[in-house]
Design a protein around this ligand. Structure first.
Ligand code: 0X9
Ligand code: ZN
Length: 396
């Protein structure tokens, strides 16, 4: 209970009227303004990057870097930081983004909430958050599809894609089908008018190129990432382009289950029940963010997709009422802390064992898990056959 109260204090005690800010959805400009303001109010632990690239219509896509203070401290690479900066500190980096799909308004809102909680938690000496920020550097992009997001406010509330003018006169590429991972291999449409149009070529969209370049070129110490969407209450792990399990399945499954459990326990009686599953279990897609982070990005903690809820009781689809922003954000924030706690443990283990040994252990555990499941499936099939045989015998 005390911990719960502390959370509230962090939000109310800051003079930025946080509770109010999360009582409505905001336009892109306001989200950028607030991100900048949050960074300015926490200069020792945050750095606002105004643009990692521009959208089709020319909007700048900003990110915020967040980490424990660096001045004069030795980073994990043994080098002393020359200036106080929250950017490129040498610490393991975690990417988070919202707003890849325009209409999924809860994603930018929840990402802002989590960002704010990391900053304010550090300031108020929350031990868990302090530990995480001292250890990791976060790179957060609240809205990576600003044109689509704006259009969902001004044109069509249910718009999903960006605002590219396609060759046939229709609009929009589904950004989450356009990334440089197995692009064009299925699970996406080649029809420009389709909501899941993959685009004319791989990474054809400037929004995708901006994020992809930043992740692959600027984030040299990337270890994990989460792409927030809605809706469906889901924690989606690798892989997304094929239903073949990842060689890291044992670790991923545990992380997903832990995250799910911590959301379930976020607030007694008033939580969403998330499912934890392989992304391709929902449906396989190609050209998606999560797989790019795991594969091209080689993040050992993988790329994930989280599908936020469509209400406490279900039924609003993408039109989650603004009154649900805080409940949905609070619980997913608990999930994020669990996710980061697990990443932190694995990180320590990996440092202790060495990357190669660690990788081997995770792969061995995953293999054992698969074998056990095969055995169990065999046993189930065997028992079923036996049952049928007995039944036939009885009937005879
Ligand atoms: O289809 C998507 O892009 C995501 N779902 S949504 O309803 N928000 O559109 C899920 C993507 C999951 N990841 C992969 N399949 N790779
Ligand atoms: Zn989505």
């Amino acid at each position: 209970m005390i911990r719960g109260l502390q959370g509230v204090e962090v939000l109310v005690g800051e003079g930025e009227s946080s509770q109010d800010w999360y009582s409505q959805y905001h336009r892109f400009g306001e989200i950028v303004r607030r991100t900048k303001e949050l960074a300015a109010n926490h200069p020792e632990i945050a750095e606002f990057v105004p643009s990692i690239g521009k959208s089709v219509e020319g909007r700048h896509i900003p990110v915020i870097h967040i980490t424990g203070p660096q001045l004069g401290q030795k980073g994990p690479d043994g080098k002393k930081a020359k200036v106080s900066s929250a950017k490129n500190t040498g610490k393991p980096q975690i990417w988070m983004n919202g707003g890849q799909h325009a209409r999924e308004w809860i994603a930018p809102a929840a990402v802002m909430y989590m960002t704010e909680h990391l900053l304010k938690g550090y300031k108020s000496n929350d031990p868990k958050i302090k530990h995480l920020l001292d250890k990791f550097e976060f790179v957060v992009a609240p809205v990576i599809n600003p044109d689509g997001y704006e259009y969902s406010h001004t044109g069509n509330r249910l718009w999903r894609k960006n605002r590219r003018k396609n060759a046939d006169g229709t609009y929009g590429v589904d950004l989450n089908r356009n990334w440089d991972n197995h692009w064009g291999e299925g699970g996406a449409s080649t029809r420009p008018s389709a909501t899941d149009y993959q685009g004319p070529s791989v990474a054809s969209e400037p929004e995708v190129r901006a994020c992809q370049n930043y992740i692959l070129k600027e984030m040299k110490h990337r270890v994990a990432g989460i792409d927030f969407h809605s809706y469906g209450d889901m924690i989606l792990r690798s892989k997304g382009w094929t239903s073949k399990a990842s060689r890291d399945e044992s670790m991923l499954r545990k992380m997903g289950a832990d995250m799910r459990a911590s959301i379930k326990h976020a607030k007694k009686g008033e939580h969403s029940v998330y499912k934890s599953e392989m992304a391709a279990g929902l449906y396989p897609t190609t050209g998606s963010t999560d797989d790019l982070m795991s594969e091209q990005g080689k993040m050992w903690g993988h790329g994930w997709t989280v599908e936020l809820p469509d209400s406490d009781k279900g039924g609003h689809g993408f039109l989650l009422p603004a009154s649900q922003i805080l409940p949905a954000s609070t619980e997913v924030h608990k999930g994020l802390l669990s996710f980061l706690g697990d990443i932190s443990k694995e990180h320590d283990k990996r440092e202790r064992m060495g990357a190669e040994e660690w990788r081997k252990e995770v792969a061995d555990e995953s293999m054992a898990l698969a074998t056990k499941e095969l055995d169990e499936a065999d046993l189930t099939a065997h028992l079923a056959a036996l049952g049928a045989e007995l039944e036939a015998h009885e009937l005879a």
